[in-house]
Design a protein around this ligand. Structure first.
Ligand code: HEM
Ligand SMILES: *[C@@H]1O[C@H](CO)[C@@H](O)[C@H](O)[C@H]1NC(C)=O
Ligand SMILES: *[C@@H]1O[C@H](CO)[C@@H](O)[C@H](O)[C@H]1NC(C)=O
Ligand SMILES: *[C@@H]1O[C@H](CO)[C@@H](O)[C@H](O)[C@H]1NC(C)=O
Ligand SMILES: *[C@@H]1O[C@H](CO)[C@@H](O)[C@H](O)[C@H]1NC(C)=O
Ligand SMILES: CC(=O)N[C@H]1CO[C@H](CO)[C@@H](O)[C@@H]1O
Length: 313
C-alpha cells in the first residue's frame, strides 16, 4: 500500500514537472521545427535597416505595447473588424509603425515552415535584432510564445507620457517589472522620436527641469510643419547607446517621464551609472528585455499560431 502511493505521488510529480518544462519559453524553441526561423527574421530586419534606421525604434515600441496589453501575444497586430476595434486602433497606438515588416517576416517564415512560428515570437526576435544592429546588445531570447485570441481597443491601458514617476512605476510593477527594469527599459528612448503633442506642455509652462536651450530648440521644431516630431535622444538619435542617460543628466530629457528619472532619488543613481558605464546599460537592457518579453506569454497549447499576423485563424 505504502509503496504504491509513494510511486503514485512520484509519478504525478514527474508529470506535472514535465508539463511545466514543456509550457515554458525555451532558447531555441524552433531548433527542430524551424531551424532557420531566427535567421529568416533577422534577414528581413537587416534589409529594412539599410534604408530605414528608424525601424529599431518602431519595433521597440511595438514590442513594449504588445507585451503591456494582455502579454506578449501579438494582440497589437490584429486588424480591427467592421464591428470591433482591435488594440492597434486604440489612441496610444496611433503612431506605432513596423506592421509591414512583421508581415514580411511572417510571409518568409511561413514559406519555410508553415504554421509553426508565432507572430509574438517574430515581434520579439525582430526587436532583438534591430536593437543589436543599431549598436545595442545582441541578447539571446527564449521563444515558444503563442498568438493571442483577443484584441480589443478598450483594453489598452498603457502608461502615458504625462504619468507621474510613481504612476509609471505602478504600471511596470503590475507587469512584474521592477524599478530597475523601468529605468533600464526607458533607455529604449535612446532611439526614436516623439510627436510634439506628447511634450508640448513642457515647452509652454515652460518646465524648469528642461534645459532652456532645449526648450527653445523644441519650441522651434514644434512650431513648424504638420505633426512635427523631435528625437528622444538629442545627441546620438539613431544609435542604440547610453547617451539617453547623459541627456537626462543634462536636463535634456524630452518627455516628462524621461526627465523624472534623474529627479527621483530612487532612480537618479542608476541614471548616473548608466550614463558613465555603457556596458552596464547594455547588459541591464538585455536582461530587462528578456523579462519584458516574458510578460503573460501564452505557451504550450494556449492561443494559436496565426497564419496571418493581422487576423485570428
Ligand atoms: C513609462 C513608460 C513609457 C512612457 C510613458 C513612454 C512614452 C512614449 C511616448 C509618448 C512616445 C512618443 C510616441 C510618438 O510620438 O509617436 C514614446 C516613444 C517611444 N518609446 Fe516609449 N514610453 C515608455 C516606455 C517605453 C519602453 C519600455 C520602451 C521599449 C522598451 C519604449 C520605447 C519607445 C521608443 C523606441 C519610442 C520611439 C518610437 C518611434 O520613433 O517610432 N518606451 N514613448
Ligand atoms: C537549440 O540549440 C541551441 C544551440 O545549440 C541550444 O543552446 C538550445 O538549448 C537548443 N534548444 C532546444 C529547445 O533544443
Ligand atoms: C472583438 O470583441 C471580442 C470581445 O467581445 C474580443 O474577444 C475580440 O478579440 C475583439 N476583437 C476583434 C478584432 O475581433
Ligand atoms: C554625445 O555622445 C558622445 C558619444 O557618442 C559623447 O562623447 C558626447 O559627450 C555626447 N555629448 C553630449 C552633449 O552629451
Ligand atoms: C534625496 O536625497 C537627498 C540627498 O541624498 C536628500 O537631501 C533628499 O531629501 C532626498 N529626497 C527625497 C525625496 O527622498
Ligand atoms: C496604424 C494604425 O492602425 N493606426 C490606427 C490607430 O487608431 C486610429 C483610431 O484611433 C486609426 O485611425 C489608425 O488607423
Amino acid at each position: 500500500m505504502m509503496n504504491i502511493s509513494v510511486i503514485l505521488i512520484f509519478s504525478l510529480a514527474t508529470i506535472s514537472f514535465s508539463t511545466v518544462v514543456m509550457a515554458d519559453l525555451q532558447v531555441g524553441f524552433y531548433n527542430s521545427t524551424c531551424p532557420n526561423a531566427e535567421s529568416i527574421v533577422q534577414q528581413v530586419v537587416q534589409n529594412r535597416l539599410r534604408t530605414d534606421p528608424s525601424i529599431t525604434a518602431a519595433l521597440l515600441r511595438m514590442h513594449f505595447h504588445d507585451c503591456f496589453v494582455r502579454g506578449c501575444d501579438a494582440s497589437i497586430l490584429i486588424d480591427s473588424t467592421e464591428s470591433n476595434s482591435s488594440e492597434k486602433d486604440a489612441k496610444p497606438n496611433l503612431t506605432i509603425r513596423g506592421y509591414e515588416l512583421i508581415d514580411e517576416a511572417k510571409k518568409n517564415v511561413e514559406a519555410a515552415c508553415p504554421s509553426t512560428v508565432s507572430c509574438a515570437d517574430i515581434i520579439t526576435i525582430a526587436t532583438r535584432d534591430s536593437v543589436a544592429l543599431a549598436g545595442g546588445p545582441n541578447y539571446i531570447i527564449p521563444t515558444g510564445r503563442r498568438d493571442g485570441l483577443v484584441s480589443s481597443a478598450s483594453e489598452v491601458n498603457l502608461p502615458g507620457p504625462s504619468l507621474s514617476f510613481s504612476q509609471a512605476l505602478q504600471s511596470f510593477s503590475a507587469k512584474g517589472l521592477s524599478l530597475d527594469d523601468m529605468v533600464t527599459l526607458l533607455g529604449a528612448h535612446t532611439v526614436g522620436v516623439a510627436h510634439c503633442i506628447f511634450f508640448q506642455a513642457r515647452l509652454q509652462r515652460p518646465d524648469r527641469t528642461m534645459d532652456p536651450a532645449l526648450v527653445a530648440k523644441l519650441s522651434k521644431v514644434c512650431g513648424s510643419g504638420s505633426n512635427p516630431t523631435a528625437f528622444l535622444d538629442q545627441n546620438t538619435s539613431l544609435l542604440f547607446d547610453n547617451q539617453y542617460y547623459n541627456q537626462v543628466l543634462l536636463n535634456r530629457g524630452v518627455l516628462n517621464i524621461d526627465q523624472q528619472l534623474s529627479l527621483h532619488n530612487s532612480s537618479a543613481s542608476m541614471v548616473l551609472n548608466f550614463a558613465r558605464n555603457g556596458a552596464a546599460f547594455q547588459q541591464s537592457f538585455a536582461n530587462a528585455m528578456v523579462k519584458m518579453g516574458s510578460i503573460q506569454v501564452l505557451v504550450g497549447t494556449d492561443g494559436e499560431i496565426r497564419h496571418n499576423c493581422r487576423v485570428f485563424n
